[in-house]
Design a protein around this ligand. Structure first.
Ligand SMILES: [Fe+2]
Length: 430
C-alpha cells in the first residue's frame, strides 16, 4: 500500500515511513532488498506448482509471472548500471543472505526466455498484453527460482562492492551524490516488488475462492508455522462490540474546513514520479464519514434494490452490472439456510435478512460476512452507486488525503491527529 504525503508536517512523514522503503544508505538498501525478496518467497511458498502458472482472470497474473517479472526489473537495474549478465557468481556471498529455496544451479538469464516478462516498459520492447500472461508459462517455475537466485547474487555482490567503495571514500558525499541514481533505482525495485506482493495476494484470493473444498485454500506460510492450522490467519481486530471509541463514531461525519492544502511528496526519501511535483490545491469545506462503510451498510444498499435501480449508477457502470448480472460485490455469495453449512466457520443466521446470508471465501476459508468489517472488493462503480444511495458522494483524491492526514485509526482508538499533537486542525465531528 502506498500513501502519498501531504507535505510540511511531521505527521505525514511518519505515515510515509510506515508504508515505503526509504533507505538512506547502501547497508539499508541491501537489508531492504533481502527482506523484500524473502517476503515474496514466503508468499509464494504455499502454492503448488500447478497453481503457480495459472492466470485466473484478465486483471491478474500468474504467480510465477510475478516472481519472474520483479526479478527481470532488477536485471534491468543491473544492466542500467553496467553490470553484465554472465554467470560468474560471487563465492563470497553466503546462501544465508538470499532465498535459495533449495535451488542450486544458477542460470545465466541469456539461457532463459525472458521475453514474456515486460509489462509496460516501451524502452524494452516486446510488451506482452496482460491478458496473455497465462498463455506463456515461461520461464518455468524452476527456471524462475534459479533466475531469482542468479539476480539476487548479482545485486548483493554489486551493493557490497558499492558499500566498500563508499566506506573507503574520504569524501563520502561526493561518491554518494554520484550514486544517488543507483539508490533510487534500488528503492524503486524494492517498492515495485512490494507492489507485486500486494498484487499476488489479491490474485491468490481470486484464484482460490473458486474452490469449495476447504483443503483448496491459500494459507500464508507464517500462519502455518505459528499455529500449524488453517485458522492461523489473524482475525480482524475490530469486531462487533469491540472498540468503544470506534462504535461511538459509527455513522458520524467530520467537517473539514476549506482552504489551500499541499498535495504530493516533498520528503527526502523514495516516492514515485506520479507523486511529483508537490502542488497546492484548494478545497471547499466538506464533510466526510468518520469510519469506513461497513459490510452491514452495503447489505442494506443491496436489500434496498441498489443493484436493480439504474438511478444510482453511472451509465457505463450500469452497463457492466447488466452485462455481468451483478448483484453484490466480488466474492459475495447469497446463501439460504442449509447451503454450505458444512464449510462455513461462523454459522450464525440473521433472521432480519429473511434467512439469506452472505458468505465469501478468503484466506480464512468460507465464512459469513461480518457486518461490522469495512466493505472491500467493491469497484469504483459500486462505491459510487452506494454513495448516491446513501445521499452522499465519493470524496476527491485531495479530499480523501486531507482526511487521512487528519484522522487515524491507531491501536483500535479513533482520534483526531491534530488534537493529539496539540494543534487542532479545526475538524469537527458532526
Ligand atoms: Fe511491475
Amino acid at each position: 500500500m502506498r500513501i502519498q504525503g501531504l507535505s510540511n508536517t511531521q505527521n505525514s512523514n511518519n505515515i510515509l515511513k510506515n508504508y515505503t522503503l526509504c533507505s538512506n544508505n547502501f547497508d539499508d538498501l541491501l537489508s531492504d532488498f533481502i527482506r523484500v525478496r524473502k517476503k515474496t518467497i514466503e508468499l509464494f511458498k504455499p502454492l503448488k506448482v500447478e497453481d503457480a502458472v495459472v492466470q485466473s482472470s484478465i486483471f491478474g497474473s500468474p504467480p510465477n509471472w510475478h516472481l519472474a517479472h520483479v526479478t527481470w526489473f532488477f536485471q534491468k537495474v543491473l544492466e542500467k548500471h553496467g553490470i553484465k549478465m554472465h554467470n560468474d557468481c560471487d563465492s563470497n556471498i553466503s546462501d544465508g543472505d538470499i532465498n535459495n529455496n533449495g535451488t542450486t544451479s544458477r542460470h545465466d538469464p541469456s539461457q532463459i526466455n525472458l521475453k514474456y516478462l515486460n509489462s509496460y516498459y516501451q524502452r524494452y520492447g516486446n510488451i506482452l498484453p496482460k491478458s496473455e500472461r497465462g498463455k506463456f508459462p515461461r520461464p518455468t517455475v524452476r527456471q524462475t527460482l534459479e533466475y531469482r537466485l542468479f539476480i539476487e547474487r548479482k545485486i548483493i555482490s554489486f551493493l557490497k562492492e558499492k558499500i566498500k567503495e563508499y566506506s573507503l571514500d574520504k569524501e563520502p558525499s561526493s561518491l554518494g551524490s554520484l550514486l544517488e541514481g543507483l539508490k533510487y533505482d534500488m528503492m524503486l525495485g524494492n517498492n515495485h516488488e512490494m507492489q507485486h506482493q500486494e498484487l499476488m495476494i489479491y490474485d491468490f484470493q481470486h484464484y482460490f475462492q473458486r474452490f469449495e473444498d476447504p483443503s483448496d485454500n491459500y494459507i500464508p506460510v507464517k500462519a502455518l508455522t505459528q499455529q500449524e492450522g488453517r485458522t492461523g490467519v489473524d482475525q480482524p481486530r475490530i469486531r462487533q462490540g469491540g472498540s468503544r471509541e470506534i462504535v461511538t463514531e459509527l455513522g458520524k461525519m467530520v467537517e473539514i474546513p476549506g482552504g489551500i492544502y499541499e498535495l504530493g511528496f516533498n520528503g527526502k526519501g523514495f516516492c514515485y514520479d506520479n507523486e511529483l511535483p508537490e502542488h497546492k490545491v484548494y478545497l471547499q469545506s466538506y464533510k466526510i464519514d468518520v469510519t469506513p462503510v461497513t459490510n452491514g451498510d452495503f447489505i442494506r444498499f443491496i436489500e434496498d434494490g441498489g443493484y436493480r435501480d439504474y438511478g444510482y449508477w453511472l451509465a457505463d457502470g450500469w452497463e457492466l452490472i447488466k452485462e455481468n448480472a451483478l448483484e453484490a460485490p466480488l466474492y459475495w455469495v447469497p446463501t439460504k439456510k442449509g447451503e454450505y453449512d458444512h464449510n462455513i466457520s461462523n454459522n450464525n443466521y440473521d433472521s432480519s435478512t429473511g434467512g439469506t446470508k452472505w458468505i465469501k471465501k478468503d484466506f480464512r476459508g468460507i465464512h459469513e460476512i461480518n457486518k461490522d468489517e469495512p466493505v472491500v472488493n467493491v469497484s469504483y462503480y459500486e462505491a459510487d452507486a452506494y454513495a448516491r444511495w446513501a445521499g452522499k458522494r465519493l470524496p476527491t483524491e485531495a479530499e480523501w488525503k486531507r482526511r487521512q492526514l487528519g484522522m487515524m485509526l491507531c491501536k483500535e482508538k479513533l482520534f483526531i491527529l491534530g488534537e493529539t499533537e496539540g494543534h487542532s486542525l479545526n475538524m469537527r465531528i458532526c
